[in-house]
Design a protein around this ligand. Structure first.
Ligand SMILES: *Cc1c(COP(=O)(O)O)cnc(C)c1O
Length: 436
Protein backbone atom coordinates (compact mmCIF):
# COMPACT_ATOMS: atom_id res chain seq x y z
CA UNK A 1 0.00 0.00 0.00
CA UNK A 2 2.72 2.50 0.91
CA UNK A 3 4.56 1.82 -2.37
CA UNK A 4 1.60 2.88 -4.42
CA UNK A 5 0.23 5.47 -2.02
CA UNK A 6 -3.10 3.92 -1.24
CA UNK A 7 -3.47 2.98 -4.87
CA UNK A 8 -5.25 0.02 -6.20
CA UNK A 9 -2.99 -2.82 -7.16
CA UNK A 10 -5.59 -4.34 -9.49
CA UNK A 11 -5.03 -4.21 -13.21
CA UNK A 12 -7.02 -1.77 -15.30
CA UNK A 13 -8.67 -2.41 -18.62
CA UNK A 14 -5.38 -2.83 -20.51
CA UNK A 15 -3.71 -4.93 -17.83
CA UNK A 16 -1.94 -1.93 -16.32
CA UNK A 17 -1.98 -0.72 -12.72
CA UNK A 18 -3.63 2.61 -12.01
CA UNK A 19 -0.45 4.68 -11.52
CA UNK A 20 0.69 3.61 -14.98
CA UNK A 21 -2.71 4.07 -16.57
CA UNK A 22 -2.89 7.70 -15.43
CA UNK A 23 0.12 8.36 -17.66
CA UNK A 24 -0.80 6.19 -20.61
CA UNK A 25 -4.58 6.15 -21.04
CA UNK A 26 -6.59 8.52 -23.13
CA UNK A 27 -3.77 10.24 -24.96
CA UNK A 28 -2.35 9.15 -28.31
CA UNK A 29 0.67 11.25 -29.44
CA UNK A 30 -0.18 10.38 -33.05
CA UNK A 31 -3.27 12.59 -32.75
CA UNK A 32 -1.11 15.54 -31.62
CA UNK A 33 1.68 15.59 -34.25
CA UNK A 34 3.76 13.27 -32.07
CA UNK A 35 3.91 15.66 -29.13
CA UNK A 36 4.81 13.65 -26.02
CA UNK A 37 2.36 15.53 -23.82
CA UNK A 38 -1.14 16.53 -24.92
CA UNK A 39 -1.60 19.62 -27.06
CA UNK A 40 -4.28 22.19 -26.16
CA UNK A 41 -7.22 22.22 -28.56
CA UNK A 42 -8.87 25.58 -28.10
CA UNK A 43 -11.20 25.48 -31.07
CA UNK A 44 -14.85 26.12 -30.22
CA UNK A 45 -16.14 24.18 -33.24
CA UNK A 46 -15.02 21.06 -35.10
CA UNK A 47 -15.02 20.27 -38.82
CA UNK A 48 -17.13 17.20 -39.61
CA UNK A 49 -15.67 14.34 -41.61
CA UNK A 50 -18.95 14.13 -43.61
CA UNK A 51 -22.55 15.35 -43.35
CA UNK A 52 -23.51 11.80 -42.32
CA UNK A 53 -20.97 11.91 -39.47
CA UNK A 54 -22.42 15.27 -38.39
CA UNK A 55 -25.93 13.79 -38.34
CA UNK A 56 -24.72 10.81 -36.30
CA UNK A 57 -22.81 13.06 -33.85
CA UNK A 58 -25.96 15.11 -33.22
CA UNK A 59 -28.08 11.96 -32.75
CA UNK A 60 -25.59 10.78 -30.13
CA UNK A 61 -25.11 14.07 -28.25
CA UNK A 62 -28.86 14.60 -28.02
CA UNK A 63 -29.44 11.07 -26.73
CA UNK A 64 -31.58 10.04 -29.74
CA UNK A 65 -29.10 7.22 -30.41
CA UNK A 66 -26.68 5.18 -28.32
CA UNK A 67 -23.03 4.80 -29.34
CA UNK A 68 -21.83 1.42 -30.62
CA UNK A 69 -18.95 -0.22 -28.77
CA UNK A 70 -15.68 1.42 -29.82
CA UNK A 71 -17.43 4.16 -31.79
CA UNK A 72 -15.71 7.55 -31.81
CA UNK A 73 -18.25 10.09 -33.04
CA UNK A 74 -17.06 13.36 -34.58
CA UNK A 75 -16.60 16.24 -32.17
CA UNK A 76 -19.17 19.02 -32.60
CA UNK A 77 -18.73 22.06 -30.43
CA UNK A 78 -16.63 22.48 -27.32
CA UNK A 79 -19.53 23.25 -24.95
CA UNK A 80 -20.50 19.57 -25.40
CA UNK A 81 -17.07 18.03 -25.53
CA UNK A 82 -13.49 18.72 -26.60
CA UNK A 83 -10.28 16.68 -26.86
CA UNK A 84 -8.69 18.02 -23.67
CA UNK A 85 -11.76 17.12 -21.60
CA UNK A 86 -11.78 13.64 -23.16
CA UNK A 87 -8.08 13.09 -22.41
CA UNK A 88 -8.48 14.35 -18.84
CA UNK A 89 -11.58 12.25 -18.19
CA UNK A 90 -9.89 9.09 -19.50
CA UNK A 91 -6.97 9.73 -17.16
CA UNK A 92 -9.19 10.46 -14.14
CA UNK A 93 -10.88 7.05 -14.32
CA UNK A 94 -7.88 4.99 -13.11
CA UNK A 95 -7.38 7.44 -10.21
CA UNK A 96 -10.77 6.63 -8.71
CA UNK A 97 -11.12 2.99 -7.74
CA UNK A 98 -14.36 1.49 -8.99
CA UNK A 99 -15.10 4.23 -11.51
CA UNK A 100 -15.97 3.69 -15.15
CA UNK A 101 -16.58 7.27 -16.26
CA UNK A 102 -15.56 10.83 -15.41
CA UNK A 103 -16.89 14.27 -16.33
CA UNK A 104 -15.04 17.51 -15.72
CA UNK A 105 -16.64 20.82 -14.80
CA UNK A 106 -15.48 24.38 -14.43
CA UNK A 107 -15.76 24.24 -10.61
CA UNK A 108 -16.55 21.80 -7.83
CA UNK A 109 -19.87 23.62 -7.33
CA UNK A 110 -20.68 23.18 -11.03
CA UNK A 111 -20.10 19.43 -10.67
CA UNK A 112 -22.24 19.21 -7.52
CA UNK A 113 -25.02 21.42 -8.92
CA UNK A 114 -25.26 19.48 -12.16
CA UNK A 115 -25.32 16.07 -10.45
CA UNK A 116 -27.99 17.19 -7.94
CA UNK A 117 -30.18 18.89 -10.54
CA UNK A 118 -30.12 15.86 -12.83
CA UNK A 119 -31.07 13.34 -10.17
CA UNK A 120 -33.50 15.29 -7.94
CA UNK A 121 -36.81 16.53 -9.35
CA UNK A 122 -39.39 18.83 -7.73
CA UNK A 123 -41.34 16.83 -5.14
CA UNK A 124 -38.33 14.66 -4.33
CA UNK A 125 -35.86 14.85 -1.43
CA UNK A 126 -32.10 14.90 -0.78
CA UNK A 127 -30.77 13.50 2.51
CA UNK A 128 -27.40 15.15 3.20
CA UNK A 129 -24.86 15.17 6.01
CA UNK A 130 -24.11 18.35 7.96
CA UNK A 131 -21.82 20.13 8.27
CA UNK A 132 -21.39 20.12 4.50
CA UNK A 133 -19.44 22.48 2.24
CA UNK A 134 -21.03 25.93 2.58
CA UNK A 135 -21.74 26.28 -1.14
CA UNK A 136 -23.50 22.91 -1.18
CA UNK A 137 -25.62 23.86 1.82
CA UNK A 138 -26.54 27.15 0.17
CA UNK A 139 -27.41 25.34 -3.08
CA UNK A 140 -29.74 22.89 -1.32
CA UNK A 141 -31.36 25.28 1.15
CA UNK A 142 -31.66 28.47 -0.86
CA UNK A 143 -31.87 27.29 -4.46
CA UNK A 144 -33.19 23.71 -4.68
CA UNK A 145 -35.70 23.97 -1.79
CA UNK A 146 -37.61 26.88 -3.36
CA UNK A 147 -37.82 24.77 -6.53
CA UNK A 148 -39.60 22.07 -4.52
CA UNK A 149 -36.65 19.75 -3.87
CA UNK A 150 -36.59 19.05 -0.16
CA UNK A 151 -33.30 18.97 1.75
CA UNK A 152 -33.14 16.71 4.82
CA UNK A 153 -30.00 17.48 6.86
CA UNK A 154 -28.52 14.69 8.98
CA UNK A 155 -25.64 15.02 11.45
CA UNK A 156 -22.38 13.65 9.97
CA UNK A 157 -21.04 10.56 11.69
CA UNK A 158 -24.40 9.51 13.18
CA UNK A 159 -24.58 6.14 11.43
CA UNK A 160 -27.98 5.06 12.76
CA UNK A 161 -29.68 8.44 12.39
CA UNK A 162 -28.50 8.68 8.78
CA UNK A 163 -29.78 5.18 8.01
CA UNK A 164 -33.16 6.04 9.56
CA UNK A 165 -33.43 9.22 7.50
CA UNK A 166 -32.62 7.23 4.35
CA UNK A 167 -35.24 4.60 5.22
CA UNK A 168 -37.99 7.04 6.13
CA UNK A 169 -37.68 10.13 3.89
CA UNK A 170 -40.50 10.08 1.32
CA UNK A 171 -39.58 10.45 -2.37
CA UNK A 172 -35.89 10.17 -1.60
CA UNK A 173 -33.85 10.75 -4.78
CA UNK A 174 -30.32 11.42 -3.53
CA UNK A 175 -28.19 10.63 -0.50
CA UNK A 176 -25.31 13.11 -0.39
CA UNK A 177 -22.49 12.40 2.05
CA UNK A 178 -19.46 14.54 2.73
CA UNK A 179 -16.84 12.68 4.71
CA UNK A 180 -14.75 13.59 6.56
CA UNK A 181 -16.79 16.64 7.53
CA UNK A 182 -15.06 19.98 7.49
CA UNK A 183 -13.67 21.39 9.81
CA UNK A 184 -13.94 18.78 12.60
CA UNK A 185 -12.88 15.77 10.46
CA UNK A 186 -15.94 13.81 11.61
CA UNK A 187 -16.36 10.66 9.52
CA UNK A 188 -19.54 9.18 8.07
CA UNK A 189 -19.88 5.46 7.30
CA UNK A 190 -20.38 5.35 3.52
CA UNK A 191 -21.07 1.61 3.26
CA UNK A 192 -23.76 1.71 5.94
CA UNK A 193 -25.57 4.63 4.28
CA UNK A 194 -25.23 3.00 0.85
CA UNK A 195 -26.78 -0.24 2.15
CA UNK A 196 -29.76 1.67 3.54
CA UNK A 197 -30.13 3.41 0.15
CA UNK A 198 -29.81 0.16 -1.80
CA UNK A 199 -32.66 -1.36 0.19
CA UNK A 200 -35.12 1.28 -1.09
CA UNK A 201 -37.23 1.11 -4.25
CA UNK A 202 -36.86 3.15 -6.32
CA UNK A 203 -33.22 3.25 -5.32
CA UNK A 204 -31.86 6.72 -4.48
CA UNK A 205 -28.47 7.69 -5.93
CA UNK A 206 -25.65 7.76 -3.39
CA UNK A 207 -23.20 10.61 -3.95
CA UNK A 208 -20.08 11.30 -1.90
CA UNK A 209 -18.20 14.57 -1.93
CA UNK A 210 -14.76 12.96 -1.79
CA UNK A 211 -12.73 16.19 -2.00
CA UNK A 212 -10.99 15.90 1.38
CA UNK A 213 -9.66 12.31 1.25
CA UNK A 214 -10.01 11.24 -2.36
CA UNK A 215 -8.99 9.88 -4.68
CA UNK A 216 -5.88 8.49 -2.94
CA UNK A 217 -7.18 7.57 0.51
CA UNK A 218 -10.95 6.92 0.33
CA UNK A 219 -12.81 4.95 -2.37
CA UNK A 220 -16.59 5.43 -2.07
CA UNK A 221 -17.44 3.75 -5.39
CA UNK A 222 -16.04 0.47 -4.05
CA UNK A 223 -18.29 0.50 -1.01
CA UNK A 224 -21.64 1.27 -2.58
CA UNK A 225 -21.64 4.89 -3.76
CA UNK A 226 -22.88 5.63 -7.28
CA UNK A 227 -20.97 8.90 -7.71
CA UNK A 228 -17.92 10.68 -6.31
CA UNK A 229 -18.04 14.45 -6.55
CA UNK A 230 -14.89 16.56 -6.48
CA UNK A 231 -13.68 20.04 -6.16
CA UNK A 232 -10.63 19.52 -8.40
CA UNK A 233 -9.51 22.91 -7.10
CA UNK A 234 -8.14 21.09 -4.06
CA UNK A 235 -5.94 17.95 -4.09
CA UNK A 236 -6.53 16.97 -7.73
CA UNK A 237 -4.93 20.15 -9.06
CA UNK A 238 -2.91 20.71 -5.89
CA UNK A 239 -1.31 24.12 -6.44
CA UNK A 240 -4.09 26.55 -5.50
CA UNK A 241 -3.96 28.05 -8.98
CA UNK A 242 -7.12 26.87 -10.74
CA UNK A 243 -10.81 26.15 -10.16
CA UNK A 244 -12.29 22.89 -11.41
CA UNK A 245 -14.60 20.03 -10.58
CA UNK A 246 -15.25 16.40 -11.48
CA UNK A 247 -17.94 13.76 -11.21
CA UNK A 248 -16.87 10.11 -11.21
CA UNK A 249 -19.42 7.32 -11.70
CA UNK A 250 -19.47 3.63 -10.91
CA UNK A 251 -21.73 3.04 -13.93
CA UNK A 252 -21.35 4.76 -17.25
CA UNK A 253 -25.10 4.60 -17.89
CA UNK A 254 -25.77 6.83 -14.85
CA UNK A 255 -23.41 9.44 -16.27
CA UNK A 256 -25.28 10.00 -19.55
CA UNK A 257 -27.92 12.39 -18.18
CA UNK A 258 -25.23 14.41 -16.36
CA UNK A 259 -23.16 14.64 -19.56
CA UNK A 260 -26.18 15.84 -21.46
CA UNK A 261 -27.05 18.55 -18.90
CA UNK A 262 -23.43 19.70 -18.78
CA UNK A 263 -23.69 20.33 -22.51
CA UNK A 264 -26.85 22.32 -21.90
CA UNK A 265 -25.61 24.32 -18.90
CA UNK A 266 -22.25 24.96 -20.53
CA UNK A 267 -20.20 24.26 -17.44
CA UNK A 268 -17.59 21.93 -18.94
CA UNK A 269 -13.99 22.67 -17.90
CA UNK A 270 -12.26 24.75 -20.56
CA UNK A 271 -9.39 23.29 -22.66
CA UNK A 272 -6.55 25.22 -21.02
CA UNK A 273 -7.73 24.27 -17.53
CA UNK A 274 -8.14 20.64 -18.60
CA UNK A 275 -4.57 20.65 -19.86
CA UNK A 276 -3.28 22.10 -16.58
CA UNK A 277 -5.24 19.62 -14.46
CA UNK A 278 -4.16 16.74 -16.68
CA UNK A 279 -0.52 17.46 -15.91
CA UNK A 280 -1.22 17.35 -12.17
CA UNK A 281 -2.86 13.91 -12.06
CA UNK A 282 0.28 11.73 -12.08
CA UNK A 283 1.45 13.40 -8.84
CA UNK A 284 -1.82 13.40 -6.88
CA UNK A 285 -0.86 10.27 -4.92
CA UNK A 286 2.71 11.53 -4.31
CA UNK A 287 1.48 14.91 -3.06
CA UNK A 288 -1.28 13.49 -0.90
CA UNK A 289 1.00 10.89 0.67
CA UNK A 290 3.64 13.44 1.55
CA UNK A 291 1.07 15.89 2.92
CA UNK A 292 -0.64 13.15 4.96
CA UNK A 293 2.65 12.02 6.51
CA UNK A 294 3.50 15.64 7.34
CA UNK A 295 0.07 16.19 8.89
CA UNK A 296 0.30 13.07 11.03
CA UNK A 297 3.71 14.08 12.47
CA UNK A 298 2.43 17.58 13.16
CA UNK A 299 -0.99 16.62 14.57
CA UNK A 300 0.49 14.15 17.01
CA UNK A 301 3.12 16.59 18.26
CA UNK A 302 0.76 19.54 18.59
CA UNK A 303 -1.31 17.64 21.17
CA UNK A 304 1.61 18.32 23.53
CA UNK A 305 1.52 22.10 23.29
CA UNK A 306 -0.03 23.94 26.25
CA UNK A 307 -1.95 26.30 23.96
CA UNK A 308 -3.77 23.39 22.30
CA UNK A 309 -6.84 21.96 23.99
CA UNK A 310 -7.72 19.48 21.29
CA UNK A 311 -6.50 18.27 17.91
CA UNK A 312 -9.07 16.91 15.44
CA UNK A 313 -7.29 14.32 13.30
CA UNK A 314 -8.14 10.72 12.36
CA UNK A 315 -5.21 9.03 14.17
CA UNK A 316 -6.21 10.95 17.33
CA UNK A 317 -9.90 10.00 17.35
CA UNK A 318 -11.07 9.10 20.85
CA UNK A 319 -14.56 8.00 19.84
CA UNK A 320 -14.60 4.26 19.18
CA UNK A 321 -17.13 4.42 16.33
CA UNK A 322 -15.17 7.20 14.61
CA UNK A 323 -12.01 5.12 14.94
CA UNK A 324 -13.73 2.15 13.35
CA UNK A 325 -15.07 4.15 10.41
CA UNK A 326 -11.64 5.66 9.81
CA UNK A 327 -9.89 2.28 9.94
CA UNK A 328 -12.19 0.52 7.54
CA UNK A 329 -12.87 3.41 5.17
CA UNK A 330 -9.57 5.27 4.71
CA UNK A 331 -6.07 4.14 3.71
CA UNK A 332 -4.31 7.11 5.34
CA UNK A 333 -5.41 9.94 7.68
CA UNK A 334 -5.04 12.78 5.16
CA UNK A 335 -3.66 16.29 5.48
CA UNK A 336 -6.51 18.24 7.07
CA UNK A 337 -6.52 18.89 10.79
CA UNK A 338 -8.09 21.34 13.19
CA UNK A 339 -6.86 22.71 16.50
CA UNK A 340 -8.92 23.99 19.38
CA UNK A 341 -6.87 26.54 21.24
CA UNK A 342 -7.01 27.65 24.85
CA UNK A 343 -7.96 31.32 24.85
CA UNK A 344 -10.82 31.41 22.36
CA UNK A 345 -11.01 33.73 19.38
CA UNK A 346 -8.20 36.11 20.46
CA UNK A 347 -5.81 33.16 20.72
CA UNK A 348 -6.97 31.76 17.37
CA UNK A 349 -6.46 35.14 15.67
CA UNK A 350 -3.06 35.65 17.33
CA UNK A 351 -2.02 32.18 16.12
CA UNK A 352 -3.03 33.00 12.52
CA UNK A 353 -1.38 36.42 12.67
CA UNK A 354 1.88 34.92 13.93
CA UNK A 355 2.32 32.20 11.29
CA UNK A 356 5.37 32.73 9.08
CA UNK A 357 5.28 29.71 6.73
CA UNK A 358 1.63 28.69 6.72
CA UNK A 359 -0.58 31.29 5.07
CA UNK A 360 -3.89 32.55 6.41
CA UNK A 361 -6.23 31.63 3.56
CA UNK A 362 -9.31 29.51 2.93
CA UNK A 363 -9.23 26.51 0.58
CA UNK A 364 -7.15 23.38 1.01
CA UNK A 365 -5.33 20.62 -0.79
CA UNK A 366 -2.42 22.66 -2.17
CA UNK A 367 1.28 21.88 -1.87
CA UNK A 368 1.53 24.94 0.41
CA UNK A 369 0.18 24.94 3.96
CA UNK A 370 -2.89 27.08 4.66
CA UNK A 371 -4.64 28.00 7.91
CA UNK A 372 -8.00 29.63 8.57
CA UNK A 373 -10.58 30.42 11.25
CA UNK A 374 -13.74 28.61 10.07
CA UNK A 375 -16.19 30.38 12.39
CA UNK A 376 -15.53 33.82 10.90
CA UNK A 377 -14.76 32.72 7.31
CA UNK A 378 -15.74 29.43 5.63
CA UNK A 379 -18.55 28.68 8.08
CA UNK A 380 -19.60 32.24 8.98
CA UNK A 381 -23.08 31.75 7.49
CA UNK A 382 -23.99 29.16 10.14
CA UNK A 383 -26.66 29.80 12.79
CA UNK A 384 -25.72 29.47 16.47
CA UNK A 385 -27.34 26.03 16.49
CA UNK A 386 -25.35 24.97 13.43
CA UNK A 387 -22.08 26.19 15.01
CA UNK A 388 -22.88 24.20 18.12
CA UNK A 389 -23.87 20.94 16.42
CA UNK A 390 -20.96 21.12 13.94
CA UNK A 391 -18.46 21.82 16.72
CA UNK A 392 -17.30 25.06 15.06
CA UNK A 393 -16.08 27.08 18.03
CA UNK A 394 -14.37 30.47 18.44
CA UNK A 395 -11.16 28.64 19.33
CA UNK A 396 -11.03 26.40 16.26
CA UNK A 397 -8.42 26.85 13.52
CA UNK A 398 -8.27 24.63 10.45
CA UNK A 399 -5.00 23.61 8.84
CA UNK A 400 -4.43 22.20 5.36
CA UNK A 401 -0.95 20.76 5.52
CA UNK A 402 1.22 20.95 2.42
CA UNK A 403 4.40 19.21 1.29
CA UNK A 404 7.01 21.46 2.97
CA UNK A 405 9.46 19.86 5.44
CA UNK A 406 7.20 19.02 8.37
CA UNK A 407 9.83 20.04 10.93
CA UNK A 408 9.78 23.63 9.63
CA UNK A 409 5.98 23.63 9.71
CA UNK A 410 5.93 22.26 13.24
CA UNK A 411 8.37 24.94 14.41
CA UNK A 412 6.20 27.59 12.74
CA UNK A 413 3.05 26.30 14.45
CA UNK A 414 4.84 26.08 17.81
CA UNK A 415 6.13 29.64 17.69
CA UNK A 416 2.65 30.89 16.72
CA UNK A 417 1.09 28.81 19.52
CA UNK A 418 3.60 30.29 21.98
CA UNK A 419 2.35 33.75 20.98
CA UNK A 420 -1.27 32.65 21.35
CA UNK A 421 -0.48 31.28 24.80
CA UNK A 422 1.21 34.50 25.91
CA UNK A 423 -2.01 36.25 25.02
CA UNK A 424 -4.05 33.79 27.08
CA UNK A 425 -1.60 33.85 30.01
CA UNK A 426 0.04 37.27 29.95
CA UNK A 427 1.60 36.98 33.44
CA UNK A 428 5.11 36.22 32.25
CA UNK A 429 4.62 32.60 31.29
CA UNK A 430 7.55 31.99 28.98
CA UNK A 431 7.24 29.98 25.82
CA UNK A 432 9.52 27.18 26.97
CA UNK A 433 7.77 26.83 30.32
CA UNK A 434 4.50 26.69 28.46
CA UNK A 435 5.27 23.33 26.87
CA UNK A 436 3.35 20.66 28.70
C1 LIG B 1 -13.98 23.60 -2.22
C2 LIG B 1 -15.01 22.58 -2.02
C3 LIG B 1 -16.17 22.52 -2.83
C4 LIG B 1 -16.43 23.55 -3.92
O1 LIG B 1 -15.50 23.48 -4.95
P1 LIG B 1 -15.15 24.72 -5.92
O2 LIG B 1 -14.10 24.15 -6.81
O3 LIG B 1 -14.66 25.85 -5.06
O4 LIG B 1 -16.40 25.06 -6.64
C5 LIG B 1 -17.07 21.50 -2.61
N1 LIG B 1 -16.88 20.59 -1.64
C6 LIG B 1 -15.81 20.62 -0.85
C7 LIG B 1 -15.66 19.58 0.22
C8 LIG B 1 -14.84 21.61 -1.00
O5 LIG B 1 -13.78 21.63 -0.19
Amino acid sequence: MSETGGHDDRRGHEGLRSLTEILTRGFDPKLSLGSARPAVFRSSTYVFSSPEAAERAFDLVSGRAQPNAGEYPDLIYSRFNHPNAEILEDQLVPLEQGSTAALVFNSGMAAIMTALMVYAKPGQAIVYTVPIYGGTQHLIQDFLQPLGIRGVPCPAGQTEAIARAIESTPELAIVLLETPANPTILMTDIRHAAEAAHARRPRPMVMVDNTLMGPAFQHPLKIGADFCLYSATKYLSGFSDMIGGAVMAAEEANMQPIRSKRGLFGNILQPDECWILDGRLPTVALRMNRASKNAQHIAERLTQHAAVERVHYPTLFSDEQQRQIYTKQCDYPGAMLSLELAGGKPAAFEFLRSLKIARNAVSLGGVETLACHPKTTTHSGFSEEEFRSAGVTDALVRLSIGIEDWRDLLADFEQALDKALQLAQPAGVGAAAARK
